[in-house]
Design a protein around this ligand. Structure first.
Ligand code: NAD
Length: 366
């Protein structure tokens, strides 16, 4: 059993029993003085210390926070394994509003909890966090990545993530069209954030016909000013476009029962985590519709690769080189999916599990 959760009649999230989970360790971190309420989940450390960001989010219930951290930490195990990194999977969540609840003391207290894990968990930025919080966490522990460049860190990982998504998209194009040239391809990008912006740059340079949407007009206007050739569309228009490639770079779960009948693309390749609302349902459904789905954790690994290089001694060129290899890994996953007639997400999961299993069997556990 991977992890189970259902909603009861009142809509409350009910989690499975402890023995049903495959995580190695889950630490609940509570500090009355600073108001810190956090959960750190270490999913698997076979390949190395569990590296994964901390998400700050106003979860309605602790059960929701637990569900999210268990799901996200498992995703990190697969992401790092597929990227060929010597890292395991972990993640942390802090329950709170990132706009109003942040204090230096809270993050230093959180840093002490991270430190208590003796290097089995290394944190970094995720939704709601920035390098400023990493600096405060670093005051209490060395086990943090994503530090600002002036502190010897690697800074914002988004440009490297965008490059990896671009490489993964090219591999998908090669598989779907027999040619990885994106010139003239119609690509619909959902999300004009840090990754979306970088991705537009690569695609515009290649001569792709880019459609871009966001809920914030100022972000769209800034990118349009840099790349006048792109077309801005309204958020609710994105799924109905005549497009070759749909690139979710905003939210998860946008490939679902409602959107799938509308999507006229032949490739889905974007940065957002957990794009398939339910991988067991929508993975096969996407395949049945003749759409090639590039698993998100396969092609958005540029950020974690960047963090891994920060831990080793940052080398931007090496980080980009390793990220470029997402192209080859993606080709091999698509090939496996075609040969075995299984959805791409399953082919990716199996490749990750195979790597972890072989290290365990060879007695090469971290
Ligand atoms: P971001 O917050 O900078 O950008 C997300 C953008 O999506 C924002 O501009 C937001 O306004 C927009 N958005 C939100 N709801 C929307 C909607 N309904 N329709 C259209 N746009 C909407 O985030 P980012 O760093 O660019 O990351 C994008 C996605 O990729 C996220 O899901 C993130 O978890 C994932 N990801 C990011 C990285 C990274 O290195 N930044 C790494 C791996 C995965």
């Amino acid at each position: 059993m991977v992890l189970t959760s259902t909603k009861n009649a009142e809509g409350t999230l009910v989690l499975g029993r402890m023995e049903e989970y495959e995580h190695e360790e889950v630490l609940f971190c509570f500090d009355r003085t600073t108001g810190l309420r956090s959960i750190i989940a270490i999913h698997d450390t076979t390949l190395g210390p569990a590296l994964g960001g901390t998400r700050m989010w106003p979860y309605a219930t602790e059960a929701e926070a637990l569900h999210d951290v268990l799901r996200l930490s498992r995703g990190m195990t697969y992401k790092s394994a597929l990227a060929g990194l010597d890292l395991g999977g972990g993640k942390a969540v802090i329950i709170g509003d990132a706009r109003t609840d942040k204090t230096e003391a809270m993050f230093r207290r959180f840093g002490r909890f991270v430190d208590s894990l003796n290097g089995r968990y290394i944190t970094a930025e995720d939704v709601g966090m920035s390098t400023a919080e990493m600096v405060n966490i670093r005051k209490e522990t060395n086990n943090v990545a994503g530090l600002p460049e002036e502190m010897g860190g690697s800074g914002d990982p988004s440009p490297v993530t965008a490059f990896g998504v671009y490489c993964g998209m090219k591999a998908a194009a090669k598989t779907a069209y027999g040619n990885d040239d994106l010139n003239g391809r119609k690509v619909a990008i959902q999300g004009a954030g840090n990754v979306g912006r970088g991705l537009v740059g690569y695609l515009a340079k290649d001569g792709a016909k880019v459609f871009l949407t966001d809920i914030h007009d100022d972000k769209l206007a800034a990118i349009k000013a840099e790349h006048p050739s792109i077309t801005i569309v309204k958020p609710n228009e994105i799924y109905d476009l005549d497009m070759d490639i749909y690139s979710p770079c905003a939210l998860g779960a946008t490939v679902n029962d409602e959107t799938l009948p509308k999507l006229k693309c032949s490739v889905i390749a974007g940065a957002a985590n957990n794009q398939l609302a339910n991988e067991v349902v929508h993975g096969p459904e996407v395949m049945k519709r003749g759409i090639l789905y590039a698993p998100d954790y396969l092609i958005n690994a540029g950020g974690i690769i960047n963090c891994a290089w920060e831990r080793k001694g940052y080398n931007r060129k090496a980080a980009l080189n390793q990220t470029e290899n997402i192209y080859n890994t993606a080709l091999s996953i698509f090939k496996r999916s075609a040969e075995e007639n299984i959805p791409t997400y399953l082919a990716a999961n199996q490749a990750a599990e195979q790597r972890i299993r072989s290290m365990k069997q060879a007695g090469l556990r971290f």
